[in-house]
Design a protein around this ligand. Structure first.
Ligand SMILES: [Zn+2]
Length: 492
């Protein structure tokens, strides 16, 4: 490996704290308090995570359920100690600037995407959805579906990776997924059914600046996770002051999440969607309206669902159940064990939570593997495991759920309608909207009997009792009668 990590005992850590320079941090021009340390906090009792929250420290790099890696100031470190947490300093041995030696460069990944789309033009389309903040790299999306150049009335699934710079396994998972879908399309009936019946969107490298920095720029700070936004506007990238944590930049409880300190690893940005990377992803999601998705991260061998610590999502039971089902097909490094399941923090502006809150998209954060930069020889197996999460989702979105279409009863024109499933109650996710072009809404539900209420402007709303069948979608057409004409016509 290009570098190794060493965990030092606390005594050495405290000695190091008194040194002027730690971890190669260039702190000149910034106050003493700006010096930040990478520490590993072991979660030894059930209340430890809660205590981290109370200290205002986010649960950022959850490593299974045993420890978290945090980037803290000296003051925060002392606070952790005083709270009785078990803390160790993680020291980077090689600070001279070597990248993990065999991870592909960004250009290699782009080449693979280009070749894939060129070799399978009938089912794979590649296009640019945005441009990165600092180096202006293109952000690429793939659509993989039959009739790939047509927007068909098929459920959308949106998969993304690489939002955090140091998490290349999330990129490997997306690349492998795209390649399997394209290359096995004619060979594997299962793959063929997914590609034919779904519209699958993949954004493999959502943070190309960050990835490029980590693998090519000489890693003086190998745990880099942010983009390379020029926070201080001096025209240069400075890792002590710049960069936004893109997974704290989404517009759902943005104001509560991450940090407002630009030097923090979890800096949320000056405002929601301040970053071109998150805007590109947002616009794609709003356009394709995915039913479900996966935000691949690494590492931690866990499936996280939206969310448990904030106002209850109306679909929480099913989200949690699906997370357990998804985790059960993902094998940990310790063979025989499957991935852990955890709720996301609903208060920190993350992509999965925004996707659910804004679009009702069942988006799961999947933490692939158990290390950031594993040996290359391990990567194929890790990727093969990770894509099973997507395969599970591809099957499930064609399982039990409401496939609703809403049209005008007279003209048959599709309607933009507001839909509620009354049994699910009120809260985030309670109101969904149909796609105005098709009048279409897809809503994953457990089998059972539901009252579905449908309302549209200038139409008489209705509430229908719908029996959702097991194992397959239930198609329902709702025709809304125009309400009594109250606007005068013409001027005769
Ligand atoms: Zn991540």
């Amino acid at each position: 490996m290009g570098y190794l990590l060493r965990v030092l005992p606390l005594a050495i850590l405290l000695a190091l704290l008194s040194l002027p320079l730690v971890m190669g941090a260039r702190k000149h021009g910034r106050g003493e308090g700006a010096r930040r340390l990478l520490v590993r906090v072991y979660l030894t009792s059930p209340g430890d995570q809660q205590r981290l929250h109370q200290l205002g420290i986010e649960d950022v790099v959850l490593q299974g359920d045993q420890y978290v890696d945090l980037n803290v100031t000296g003051e925060e470190l002392l606070a952790l100690r005083q709270a009785g947490m078990e803390v160790a300093l993680v020291v980077e041995i090689d600070t001279s600037g070597t990248a993990p030696h065999d991870w592909p460069q960004l250009e290699e990944l782009e080449g693979r995407l280009e070749r894939l789309a060129a070799a399978h033009p009938e089912i794979c389309r590649k296009w640019q959805i945005g441009t990165s903040a600092y180096w202006n790299f293109p952000i690429w999306a793939l659509k993989i579906s039959d009739n790939v150049n047509v927007d068909e009335d098929e459920p959308g699934v949106l998969v993304n990776g690489g939002i955090h710079a140091r998490e290349p396994l999330s990129i490997a998972a997306c690349m492998y997924l795209a390649e399997r879908l394209c290359e096995d399309y004619l060979l594997d009936p299962k793959v063929r059914s997914w590609v034919d019946e779904l519209e699958i969107y993949i954004v493999p490298v959502l943070n190309p600046d960050g990835y490029h920095y980590v693998v090519s720029q000489g890693i003086r700070f190998p745990w880099w996770r942010k983009n390379l936004a020029d926070n201080d506007g001096d025209g240069r990238f400075n890792p002590e002051a710049d960069g936004v944590d893109l997974n704290r930049n989404f517009a759902f409880n943005w104001q509560n999440g991450g940090s407002d300190d630009p030097s923090s690893w979890f800096y949320r940005g000056p405002r929601p969607f301040s970053e071109p990377e998150t805007r590109a992803f947002r616009d794609l999601a709003l356009q394709v309206r995915p039913v479900a998705g996966i935000s691949f991260h690494s590492c931690g061998e866990a499936v996280l669902f939206p969310w448990s610590n904030y106002v209850r999502p109306v679909d929480l039971d099913l989200l949690e159940h699906m997370a357990f089902q998804m985790a059960s097909v993902l094998e940990k490094r310790a063979r025989g064990e499957s991935y852990s399941v955890m709720p996301l923090n609903g208060r920190v502006g993350q992509s999965s939570c925004w996707l659910y809150a804004a679009l009702g998209c069942f988006d799961f954060t999947v933490e692939v593997g158990d290390e950031y930069f594993p040996e290359m020889a391990r990567v194929p197996r890790l990727a093969r495991t990770a894509v099973k999460a997507a395969y599970f989702l591809f099957d499930r979105v064609r399982g039990s759920g409401l496939w609703l279409r809403v049209v005008d009863a007279v003209t048959r024109v599709p309607l933009l309608a507001e839909v509620r499933v009354l049994e699910l109650g009120e809260g985030p996710g309670a109101v969904r909207r149909t796609d105005p072009f098709l009048g279409r809404l897809r809503w994953l539900l457990d089998p059972g009997r539901y009252r579905v209420s449908v309302a549209a402007l200038n139409h008489v709303g209705v509430t229908r009792v719908v029996e959702i069948e097991p194992g397959k979608p239930t198609e329902v057409l709702v025709e809304l009668a125009p309400s009594a004409q109250t606007v005068p016509l013409g001027n005769e």
